[in-house]
Ligand binder design. Structure first.
Ligand code: COA
Length: 151
């Protein structure tokens, strides 16, 4: 039987668990951000009221993490974006990511967002079938292209 999953906001007390999960995520998926920067950036997000981070706990163990950022746009008013979503491999396919995403969307709604988006990398899609996962949560493809450069 699946264990009950509880999602709670990342706090000063649980920050270390969230950072450890994000470090595993970045290392497993090949993102270059170094661990000290992961910790500093997460701390800045937790201290900023336009962002949110949540931890999933199953049977007393922290098994997953989600982060959300919001920004203001003429098109959307406030738009949320799921930035990071990670579940420990041994705890996958039991609805943990679903619970984390629903908690993130609930926070976005309460924060006044009119919509939420997520960016799927080609690697993430290939390895984890992310478009199907997010479609199950009601996300739709936009056909838009995201372009990024360093400042
Ligand atoms: C993507 C990821 C977060 C999904 O985590 P997860 O906890 O396994 O996700 P869920 O269990 O909520 O859902 C995954 C699938 O399991 C299915 N599932 C959920 N509960 C289930 C259960 N009890 N039994 C069997 N399958 C189940 C879901 O329907 C879903 O299927 P779908 O992909 O066809 O929609 C996880 O694979 C991961 O951490 N990947 C690496 C990081 C990553 O790529 N993150 C995305 C960044 S945008």
């Amino acid at each position: 039987m699946d264990q009950e999953v509880r999602v709670s906001p990342v706090t000063r007390e649980t920050m270390g668990h969230a950072v450890a999960l994000l470090e595993r995520f970045f290392s497993e998926e090949g993102f270059a951000t170094p661990p000290p920067l992961i910790a500093a950036n997460l701390q800045a997000m937790v201290d900023d009221e336009t962002c949110w981070a949540g931890l999933a706990d199953a049977g007393g163990d922290f098994v997953g993490v989600v982060t959300v950022t919001t920004m203001l746009y003429v098109e959307w008013g406030r738009l949320g974006e799921i930035g990071d979503l990670y579940v420990l491999p041994a705890h996958r396919r039991r609805g943990v990511a679903h619970a984390l995403s629903q908690a993130a969307l609930a926070w976005c709604r309460a924060r006044g967002c009119s919509a939420a988006s997520v960016v799927i990398t080609p690697d993430g899609e290939q390895r984890h079938n992310l478009a199907r996962f997010y479609a199950g949560l009601g996300f739709e493809r936009t056909g838009r292209t995201i372009m990024t450069r360093r400042i």
